[in-house]
Design a protein around this ligand. Structure first.
Ligand SMILES: [Zn+2]
Length: 84
């Protein structure tokens, strides 16, 4: 099981099609799957999605951290910021 940091969503990056999941309890992941990886908040390292498959963590999957309120997105695709 790997721990994968999500990344901070950028201003204007939010597409219209889809909402942001709110993690209501910081001690409980907003999502739980049966995949190999945990996804953690880029800001505070809190677990936001547990046991997820990479293919489940598309750009539409966004989670607002229940601890620090950072909105995280998992995908770092080809349009991700270059040089970082
Ligand atoms: Zn956080």
């Amino acid at each position: 099981m790997a721990e994968i940091p999500m990344r901070r969503i950028r201003e204007g990056e939010v597409p219209f099609d889809g909402g942001t999941a709110i993690q209501e309890d910081p001690d409980r992941p907003a999502f739980r799957g049966n995949g190999p990886d945990d996804y953690v908040c880029v800001q505070c390292g809190n677990t936001l999605a547990e046991a997820m498959h990479q293919m489940q963590m598309t750009k539409k999957v966004r989670v607002r951290c229940g601890r620090c309120s950072t909105v995280n997105v998992a995908v770092t695709d080809e349009s991700a910021e270059p040089g970082s």
